[in-house]
Design a protein around this ligand. Sequence first.
Ligand code: ADP
Ligand code: MG
Length: 225
Amino acid sequence: MTNSAIQVQDLSFRWQENASVLQSCSLSVPEGEFWMLLGTNGSGKSTLLRLLMGLLTPQSGTIYMNPPVGFVFQNPDRQLVMPTVGADIAFGLVQENLTPSQVRQRVAEALSAVNLLELERRPIYALSGGQKQRIAIAGAIARHCNVLLLDEPTALLDPDTQLELVAQVQRLVKSRGLTALWVTHRLEELNYCDGAFLLQGGQVVDKGDPQTLKARLLETNSPKA
Ligand SMILES: Nc1ncnc2c1ncn2[C@@H]1O[C@H](COP(=O)(O)OP(=O)(O)O)[C@@H](O)[C@H]1O
Ligand SMILES: [Mg+2]
């Protein structure tokens, strides 16, 4: 059996006074695979990712992830904090006590991984939305993250850039042995992943082969004759 790099067991969470968002929710992502998390608006996808990131505390349940873990948000402007690309990626390495030459090497290697080495000195404001998301991913690669969590990273991108980004993450997962969990509600993105979960009513109600899941969702959503 393969090991799981992300494991969620019986996770329950409610915002104070409100109805439960997650009710005994469980899922696991095998090491080295690219999985997606689907669900309608308000089904709890972002809440689940925030629980995984440790930004929220569950009422019950357990979470295991193979560290280090990197995050990519929907809006890159909330994530990139330094004036230039190179400085932003280097900033993420501050806690690692590396020498300046090690930092330079990590930054260059991470930018090469997302094919943006030529942008190292570029100001963040001069990047396109897709480039910003690739820089956020490079930040995680520079930290040598094993697990990547992405919350609708293509939501603000145009359709071409959207598919380029998902294809790039697919390649990175395979070439670097990463494990990624990607939140989306866009069915066309399912063509790039190894497996998918459907979140509904606070639980994973369907999981497995992305094409099977896609076919089922299309059938459910299609207007009845
Ligand atoms: N900060 C918050 N305080 C209270 N309720 C929230 C908060 N954030 C989200 N919710 C509620 O939690 C539920 C799940 O939201 P969310 O995880 O953002 O869903 P999704 O990402 O799948 O669209 C929704 O009912 C939403 O209104
Ligand atoms: Mg969300």
